[in-house]
Write a protein that binds this ligand. Structure first.
Ligand SMILES: Nc1ncnc2c1ncn2[C@@H]1O[C@H](COP(=O)(O)OP(=O)(O)OP(=O)(O)O)[C@@H](O)[C@H]1O
Length: 275
């Protein structure tokens, strides 16, 4: 499990100032797989806002629809009904090419696998998406991102010369570099040991606090979720709960009371694999 955030850095809870600008919004979003007897309702009329400069964690039992929600809101998957907005743009109205451009220009992704190119240096990996898009990075912004990831002395190293946590920090910097409207992370610390996980989560949180970035992260880990400003809980394809200023304990408590279940901690997952 990831190392807990230090209490002094925790967000202020329900009374803390929150942005009212919506970076992404799902309205009555449904996603149905298959039909007839094999039909699965993965999302059932989900409405949720992700506000600018807020760090949201999405949690819920296995199969509750977390990845589906993230993929639909991030324009990586189609939906069956409802609508999704990134900034002012309705995704449903976009053609494939426009959707690809929107993903490239407005959205950053961080996955469990770091997906860095082994032959490029850390810095080249960070600027690669913009190089491909033919865009020049905003130098001041890039400098702030690089200063924040704390890898200034390793920018010329290749991924194999960096630890797992450092590689994932490079991947986070790559997602941040183009200053996207919103960053989505799918279990971004799932492959890291607790110390490296804490480094990456601390860095993500700083990007929200110091740079005003918007971050949405799917996680199974209550300690990772405690780095967020807010946790949204899914069960059976619906949003069933929400908590601001989470702690690992408050998240665990809520998870225990969800339909379908207790959270998957690394320990319980390991038990599942071996039983
Ligand atoms: N391509 C697909 N075809 C059919 N059913 C699918 C497909 N993808 C997901 N599902 C189903 O949709 C539901 C939601 O899946 P989803 O992967 O979003 O859940 P999750 O909460 O992310 O799960 P986990 O925590 O195990 O990753 C599940 O019942 C799943 O089996």
């Amino acid at each position: 499990m990831t190392t807990a955030p230090s209490p002094s850095l925790r967000p202020g809870g329900p009374s803390a100032d929150r942005s009212t600008i919506v970076a992404a919004r799902a309205t009555e979003l449904s996603k149905i797989y298959g039909r007839g007897e094999t039909q699965v309702v993965a999302l059932d009329r989900v409405s949720v806002d992700f506000r600018q400069a807020e760090f949201t964690a999405i949690m819920g039992p296995s199969g509750s629809g977390k990845s589906t929600l993230m993929h639909c809101v991030a324009g990586l998957d189609t939906f069956s009904a409802g609508s999704v907005r990134i900034g002012d743009t309705e995704l449903g109205s976009l053609k494939d090419k426009q959707l690809t451009k929107l993903r490239r220009d407005k959205i950053g992704f961080i996955f469990q696998a770091f997906n860095l190119l082994p032959t490029l240096t850390a810095l080249e990996n960070i600027t690669l998406p913009m190089d491909i898009a033919g865009r020049k990075p905003d130098k001041q912004w890039l400098d702030s991102v690089i200063r924040m990831i704390g890898l200034s002395d390793r920018l010329g190293h290749r991924p194999s010369q960096l630890s797992g946590g450092q590689q994932q920090r490079v991947a986070v910097a790559r997602a941040l570099a183009s200053r996207p409207e919103i960053i989505f992370g799918d279990e971004p610390t799932g492959n890291l040991d607790s110390r490296s996980g804490a480094e990456v989560l601390g860095f993500l949180r700083n990007s929200v606090r110091e740079l005003g970035q918007t971050v949405v992260m799917v996680t199974h880990d209550p300690v990772a979720a405690a780095y967020a400003d807010r946790v949204v809980f899914l069960a059976d394809g619906r949003i069933v709960d929400e908590v601001y200023g989470p702690t690992a304990d408050s998240v665990l408590d809520r998870m225990r009371n969800l339909p379908g279940g207790s959270p998957q901690t690394p320990e319980s997952e390991a038990r599942g694999r071996t039983s």
